[in-house]
Design a protein around this ligand. Structure first.
Ligand SMILES: [Zn+2]
Length: 223
């Protein structure tokens, strides 16, 4: 147990150009996601916002100063990935999320000025980070993965996890058929590193793991 007002001690690791803050860092807040941060032109972009309303103090403890945070990019709208947006609200940042998950996000954090990925703004931010967004519905309607072909790197949210696992489809908006199609899409990519929404990042051989997830999903889900 951590005392509520103890200084945050995030569990941080570096994976390529990403700083990973492990979900257990936020254990005091209940269920949380991993958070990944990368930098472009001296400004930081935060992928997923954890389940902690105090995300900003964890970011600052990890060396990310509030004045240098340029935006938040979300894999989907579940509360354990978006609650930390509350602590960023005063920074008036752009928040990028698939339009299909905006309402889900707002059910936890209210209006946060989401820009939506389809907008040119969202696309240009991802382009500046050398990432492409891949729509991967199934866990939620707006679930999105982020991919760098050059680095073989996939930010996979709650769509696919290491160890041959995949995201649950039994929550509102989930779909077995869409999850199967999304895993098929991801299984065709060349991926070595997987940065999942939960669990430990996978540093090599992620394509093989994604194909195992697809096989496992085919055995469990109804198309
Ligand atoms: Zn989720």
């Amino acid at each position: 147990m951590t005392a509520p007002n103890a200084a945050p001690q995030p569990l941080v690791s570096r994976i390529g150009r990403f700083l990973a803050i492990h979900e257990e860092s936020f254990a005091g807040a209940g269920i949380s996601s991993n958070v990944y941060v990368t930098e472009h032109d001296g400004r930081y972009y935060v992928f997923d916002a954890s389940g902690s309303p105090d995300l900003l103090s964890y970011l600052e403890a990890a060396g990310i100063s509030r004045g240098y945070i340029a935006g938040a990019i979300l894999t989907h709208g579940h509360y354990d990935h978006v609650t930390g947006l509350r602590s960023l609200a005063g920074l008036d940042l752009p928040v990028f999320i698939s339009k299909s998950d905006v309402k889900l996000m707002e059910s936890t954090v209210g209006k946060v000025g989401a820009k939506g990925f389809e907008s040119p703004a969202g696309a240009s931010v991802l382009e500046s980070l050398s990432l492409t967004s891949i729509s991967t519905p199934g866990h939620t309607p707006g679930s999105t993965c982020f991919y760098s072909e050059r680095e073989g790197l996939l930010i996979s949210g709650d769509t696919v996890f290491p160890g041959g696992y995949f995201g649950r489809t039994d929550l509102p908006g989930g779909s077995d058929a869409e999850m199967l199609a999304s895993l098929e899409r991801l299984s065709k990519l060349g991926v070595s590193m997987m940065l999942p929404g939960h669990d430990m990042p996978l540093l090599e051989g992620a394509s093989e793991s994604i194909r195992s997830s697809l096989e496992y999903a085919r055995s469990l889900l109804r198309p």
